[in-house]
Structures are given as C-alpha cells and as structure tokens.
Ligand binder design. Sequence first.
Ligand code: EPU
Length: 337
Amino acid sequence: MEIQHHFSLKNYNTFGIEAKARQFVAVHCVAELKTVLEQHQSEKKFILGGGSNMLLTQDIDALVIHIDLKGKKIIKEDDDSVWVEGQAGENWHEFVLWCIDQNYGGLENMSLIPGNVGTTPVQNIGAYGAEIKDTFVSCEAMNIETQEIKTFSNAECHFGYRESIFKHDVKDQYIITSVVFKLTKRNHKINTSYGDILAELERTNVTNPGLKDVSNAVIAIRKSKLPDPKELGNSGSFFKNPIVLKSDFEAIHKKFPEMKFYEVSATEVKVPAGWLIEQVGFKGKRFGDAGIHKNQALVLVNYGNATGQEILAVSKDIQKTVLETFGIKIEAEVNVI
Ligand code: EPU
C-alpha cells in the first residue's frame, strides 16, 4: 500500500474531470483498509469507489481511499436460490455478466450500469424495472471511526428511489466492503415489461427470452441512449426524476397536458426529468466542453476538458429553467464534491 501525493483523479471518475487528491491510497483487502484507517485516524478522508456517480468541482484536500477489494463467491444455496457475495471493488457490469453466465437471475435488467458492487446499495441503483433492493440481502461495512464491521440487512438499509441509509442516517460513517445478493437458479422472474425491452427483443427475434437475452437487450438499449464513459465523460443520470405531490401535479398537468408521469403512490407521481429538460431546449446543447447528451437529456457530458465547475454551472442553469417553466424542482442524483 503506497500513499501517493497530489494524485490526479482524472482516471478515477467517469466524468473524466481533472482534480487532484492531496493523498491517495488504493486498498485491496479488508485488512489493508483497517490499517489505513487506524494509521490516519485524525486525517480527513474521502472514500472513492468506482467514481461513477460524482462530479469533482475542486481538488480533494484529504486522504482519498480507493476501495479496490476484489472477489465473488457463493455463500449459500438451495434448489431454487443462490446467495452470491461480491466484494466492493468488483466492477458492477462484470459481476452481473458473471452471474448471468452461472445462470443466476435477478440482476440482468441492471446490466451495463457503471460503478462497483460496493456502491450499488448507496443509491439503490436501478434500471428497466429492477432495483438493487429487490435482490439485496445484506452488506458488510466498516465503521470509519472504530473499524468495526457491521452487517446491514435489507430492511436496515431503508431503500427508496435512489436512496438508502448510507445517504442519510449513517452518511460518511461506513465503508461498504461486500454485498450479498439472493438470486434465482431456476424459475427466473424475467421482467421485460419496462420501456423498450420488449421492442428490442422483438427486433432481434427473441420469443422466449432468458437471462442473457434480457441482458443483451438492456445493453443494446443503454448503448443507443447512454454515452460510454470511456468515449465521453459522464456520470449516467445527472438528475433524479422528481416526485411531485398529486395535489400539486394536477394544476401542472392542466397547463402541460403532454407531460409524462408515472404513479408512484396514492399521493405522488414521478415525472421524467429527461422529458422536462428536453422540453426546455437543453437536450444536445453544448457550452464549451460541458454539455447535455443528444440522446438522453438526463445525462450531462464532458467533451474533454470541462471543469467540474463548468458542468455544475450547466446543471444549475437547467434546474433554474425547469423550475421557472414547470414549477418543478429537479435535484442532482450525482454527488457534487
Ligand atoms: N425522455 C425524454 N427525453 C429525454 C429522456 C427521456 O422525453 O431526453 C422521456 C422518455 O421518452 C421516457 C421517459 O422520459 O418517456 C423516461 O425515459 P427513460 O426510460 O430513458 O428513463 P429515465 O427515467 O430518463 C431512468 C434512470 C436511468 C435508467 C432508466 C431506464 C433515473 C434518474 N434514471 O432514466 O438510470 O437507466 O430509467 O430504467 O432514475 C442512472 O441512474 O445513471 C441511469 C442511467
């Protein structure tokens, strides 16, 4: 474990923003993590996973600890199900593909989401009708102060739409080191009901889809809409889809009858932020090296040398215009550092 100084984080954030860490260390096992935390008790620390959900707007004046714990194993199984544990630093998409190759079902709709296994619970990642909370059993996490390991059950994580306890009650207190998912070995619950999946399966003449077919369809849809961070810096959806009270929505919908929405509870609806942003004309716009993706208005992109501040300014401009036009507040989904 080597501590590096004034370390460039450009290759450690999918936005590809140039920012420096005062100190940087990568840890490869739980024991290394414990040692680093013990040895740097009083220092300011910043925990870095896959760097796929953050916007760096400044250098990080702290010890950046990059969680690079690798490994996956089966911890339990019966005739129908398997409990698979992934270490926090495993690349999420590779983990999903590995599960599909073993014929373990439950994660296929979340193929190609950027990031690592250990950060999936933090914002309860989801796509195409599936969320982590549907298969998540528990995760282990190290307390940054005491280095004790605590197991968080599904219920203890307080999962919500892109939400969990790790963004609220225990924010900045724990480092997730591994996650356990309960997956199906047979009678897979194939979910093709969301959006374009069925159309994509039809296009490719798949009539009785298996796990791999669903995964391939999701990969094709994502590739057509979402930019590959290796080619164009981005952090996936920059904003969350806003949840609006039905009582407020009625008046908004009267004014904008073409506005799309999904019912989320008896009293609330979710409005697609991508639609709102497209309507106010930002889709595909470019301001210097910062821009809004041409195929998905929820995604902000770095054309090369944008600074975090420039991308943040574009995001604020979008928020202001959407609020002025529709009276709806959209919030960032990515962590602005
Ligand atoms: N829409 C537009 N214009 C756009 C984008 C979307 O009008 O530029 C409309 C679409 O026509 C559609 C609706 O908005 O009717 C929803 O669009 P889409 O199905 O693409 O999904 P989303 O709500 O924009 C969410 C997730 C994505 C996830 C997709 C698919 C959030 C914040 N984002 O996007 O997650 O891949 O659903 O399930 O919930 C991510 O979090 O990084 C991410 C990419």
